[in-house]
Ligand binder design. Structure first.
Ligand code: NAP
Length: 233
């Protein structure tokens, strides 16, 4: 990932995978601008942080102002995410999953796209999940938001590649952060390993990357079982 002078935007950068991505990229010589609702400790001259909420009504305008001040960005990594367990008495958290995981990413790309099209360059990495193929009662908003993220951005990747722009849909299994709430977390990745994978997709620009492989196989099998169960009622 060493490429001095390159500039990256990380949305969802105060904690978890996003924070580790910021630390790694700054250490590797990138200039990094982070966005989240919380402030973040400074990592030096090549690190900037802006407190923004991707759910806010003025998010697009605020992000455009950040782009004017800190851009142009060569790469953007969308790490903002929420994933609460289902509480049937209060479905607001299920709605929030769509707003943060899906619509925040759609809006972020929408703001970046015109400048990238004009430059005929740009790479958008969005963090989806292997849960995008799972039906299940525990967190339907999370799973459905990730299904939409994967479908939307892989389709969009095909639409914009003629403009010289890459989109990568990065599908993780479990990563060791506060978002991983399941009591069982097989094949869980460290944040370091997740950030290394982000670095690798930035270098290679695939449309889809799914990892780790044993978890990909497990989710594929589980997805099939859950689909059959839904079909059979
Ligand atoms: N951890 C896993 O097991 C796992 C597995 C597969 C995929 N993923 C995906 O990886 C991504 C990162 O997850 P993580 O595990 O790193 O979660 P995390 O540790 O909870 O971090 C989430 C980040 O998103 C930011 N964020 C949340 N709501 C926001 C909002 N409304 N506006 C701006 N920023 C917001 C948070 O900062 P503030 O709270 O300061 O806003 C934080 O920096 C998510 O898309 C997640 O679905 C995670």
């Amino acid at each position: 990932m060493t490429d001095p002078g390159r500039s990256c935007l990380v949305v969802g950068s105060s904690d978890g995978i996003g924070r580790r991505v910021v630390e790694r990229m700054v250490a590797d010589g990138w200039t990094v601008t982070g966005i989240s609702r919380s402030p973040a400790d400074s990592l030096g001259d090549r690190h900037h942080h802006h407190v923004l909420d991707v759910r806010a009504a003025d998010y697009r305008a605020a992000l455009a102002a950040v782009c004017d001040q800190r851009g142009p960005f060569d790469v953007a990594v969308y790490c903002a995410g929420v994933g609460d367990l289902l509480e049937l008495d209060d479905l607001a958290a299920q709605r929030a999953a769509f707003e943060v995981n899906l619509l925040g990413a759609v809006d972020t790309f929408g703001v970046l796209y015109p400048a990238w099209r004009a430059r005929r360059a740009g790479h958008f990495v969005v963090l989806s999940s292997l849960a995008d193929k799972l039906l299940g009662p525990r967190s339907p908003g999370y799973n459905a938001s990730k299904a939409a993220v994967s479908s939307y951005f892989e389709s969009l990747a095909l639409a914009v590649r003629g403009d010289g722009i890459a989109i990568t849909n990065l599908r993780f299994g479990f990563v060791d952060t506060k978002l991983a709430k399941s009591p069982l977390r097989p094949f869980m990745l460290t944040r370091d390993r997740a950030a290394r994978t982000v670095a690798r997709v930035i270098a290679r620009r695939p449309i889809r990357r799914s990892t780790p492989l044993p978890m990909v196989a497990l989710c594929a099998a589980l997805g099939l079982i859950l689909q059959c169960r839904a079909l059979l009622g």
